[in-house]
Write a protein that binds this ligand. Structure first.
Ligand code: ZN
Length: 266
């Protein structure tokens, strides 16, 4: 036992590994490092945009980049994958910010696709936990509508949750209305609460739900012109299979006003 101890001690004294450990430089703290990289990125973008640039770096899971202009200053919010982006990506970023250039946009999409391993993974179930789900309205039960459509049209294969969206904050008359939405991240379909009225026929609500369910089947892709295509031709073809398609369309034409004027309380 004593011998072993002595041997260890001797090893410690003479080991080159031990010396290296003592001389190791102190690692910079992550925040400081991030700040340096952010500054570098700002400088690279500033050179390209020929204007002041302020960059904020985030770890979002869905929106990888947003930007705004405040007078001369460009404010960009970027996923951290952009910190070490090669020059051609920085150039594309500048072109996209400045002109909404479609080619640059496609190039950025490719870069994001190549680097998606750096995007934090949050499961749809984890995301849903943060949301208030209210599928049962006063007049329409979205859960039941969803189940029936899923059985009838999709062999029960659509894995998504459904809820009425929150009551909008603005109560003055609307100029347009987004009747439904689908989030690919959380796999949640949201239906506008204005549809939960006795005057809105069930087949119309069904049509809106059916449309959003199709977003679970067909993902957004880029058309030949490089633009984002949310409703590709096969999506629109598929939508016509809904049993009350023309009736629902006709109802919308005649009653849009009613939906725009609907008062929705929380
Ligand atoms: Zn749509």
């Amino acid at each position: 036992m004593a011998r072993a101890k002595k041997k260890n001690l001797a090893k410690k004294r003479s080991s080159p590994a031990g010396r290296i450990a003592r001389e190791q430089p102190i690692a910079p703290e992550p925040n400081r490092l991030l700040k340096v990289w952010r500054r570098v990125l700002e400088r690279r973008l500033r050179t390209r945009l020929r204007a002041p640039v302020a960059v904020e770096v985030h770890d979002n899971t869905h929106t990888m980049l947003t930007f705004q202009r405040h007078r001369a200053l460009w404010r960009l919010r970027l996923h951290h994958m952009f910190l070490a982006a090669p020059d051609e990506v920085i150039h594309a970023l500048a072109d996209y910010v400045r002109n909404g250039d479609a080619e640059a946009s496609a190039q950025l999409d490719k870069f994001i696709e190549r680097n998606k391993i750096y995007i934090r993974r949050v499961s749809p179930a984890q995301m849903r936990k943060r949301l208030r789900m209210e599928p049962v309205g006063q007049h329409h039960d979205l859960g039941r509508i969803f189940e029936r459509l899923n059985e009838r049209y999709f062999r029960g294969r659509i894995d998504a949750a459904i809820t009425f969206g929150p009551a909008p904050r603005v109560t003055r008359p609307r100029k347009s209305i987004k009747m439904g939405s689908y989030s690919a991240d959380s796999r949640v379909i949201r239906i506008h609460p204005a549809l939960d009225q006795p005057v809105v026929p069930r087949y119309f609500v069904e049509w809106i739900v059916f449309h959003e369910m199709l977003h679970n089947v067909y993902r957004t892709r880029r058309g030949e012109d490089g633009r984002r295509c949310i409703h590709p031709p096969e999506f629109l073809e598929h939508e016509k299979r809904f049993h009350d398609y023309s009736r629902a369309q006709a109802w919308e034409m005649e009653n849009l006003d009613l939906l725009l004027r609907a008062r929705v309380s929380a």
